[in-house]
Design a protein around this ligand. Sequence first.
Ligand code: SF4
Length: 461
Amino acid sequence: MALPRVVAVAPGSPADRAGVLPGDEIVALDGQLPRDIIEYQLLADQESLGLEVSRGGIELTLQIERQGGEPLGMEVDAALFDRVRTCDNHCEFCFIHQLPKGMRKSLYVRDDDYRLSFLYGNFTTLTRFTEADLERVLTEGLSPLFVSIHATDPEVRSRMLRNRRGASSLRWLRALLDGGVEVHGQVVVCPGVNDGDILEGTLAGVLDEYPELASVACVPLGVSRFNREQAMRPHSQAEAATVVDLVEEWQETYEACVGRRLVYAADEYYLLAGRPFPALETYGAVAQHDNGVGMARAFEAAFLGRDSEDGPVPAGPSGFFRSIEGAPALGYRAPRAGGVVALVPRRGAGTTVVTGEYGARVLAPLLAGLPGDLELLTVRNEFFGGNIAVAGLITGSDLSAALAGSPEDRRYLIPDSCLSGGRFLDGVAVGDLPRPVEVVPADGASLRRALEAAQDLAGVR
Ligand code: SF4
């Protein structure tokens, strides 16, 4: 088990006052070495607390005193200090199996760990879930959790996961719901495998067996050019339209039976089908925003300065980078400054907003008609190929090629969702790009602010 290492200490915080320094390794907290950030938080939840650290090989005992529930004020380097629980499935549609060789190791970790589900919203199939896990989830109140359903028919589910435990592991979903845990589900829809009648049966099965689910997202599988599974292919436009129609029919049924829509189709389906997105209000709390459900409408509302009836929608990290680097989830970190982009003064320069093919279809109508010299640069995903078109999977090599053919004297804004630690998925660093770029948080309000700042600096507002 690795020792948690302190990576940030908030000035003036209880940890700072006790003398904790970045680089310290935690040997014990209140006499125990926590297994993960959740246990760490529980152990740390007291006014006076002993902390043993190793600093340069020397062990020190520090005493932390907190007043009136102030946060501890230190951040550690990982969310799990023991081993991440990896999955025992072999899904045909698994995107990790479709990555090229040679990317950084953390990208190939196939986690199936309920703790990462709680911390980051990663989906778990529950095939490795145990009675002890259930007890921990219930006693520590680890809610909400995110569960991959794919099909409620046991035979279809075990075939899709290529794991006979897939047939029975949804019994844990029932147990979680019985224990009052909020659970969000997803169905990765693979054409010819679990769409059509099987999807209809799954939506009926959810109503019959798991109606307490907080939401269920139907998302299309991603197919990269490295896919080796013959049966896996992108949806046609007609197949995407069929999924949208089916989901919308079932929304009415759920509304009538359980008083809420419950099931949603991912934004990608509306783009594929060439249909307008439903109104933001129809997504409720936009609970599966990070799964690409209601994201376009939420972005639009934030860009235009409107929030949904349920208040501001989430604008946190999403997609493939969400947990792969293992840093603690938001809420478990020491407070940091962030979210503000300081643009480099450049008078007269036009602004180019960089995005992926799907993002361009959402952004184009929002940017049209705004004052100033404003352009969109759409980066086609040649690295992954296939049907991969989301901004979060833009790689440095594709962006470099797009920028190299673009004018030098413009300001380029890129979304932060395609970066982790300043690097793209293919390891290219921001500083390696052929043009300077400015990184903007991938939410509508941040882009709006960045565009206004760019217009001010260019003298067009
Ligand atoms: S459960 Fe997830 S990580 Fe595991 S094989 Fe299936 S898609 Fe891949």
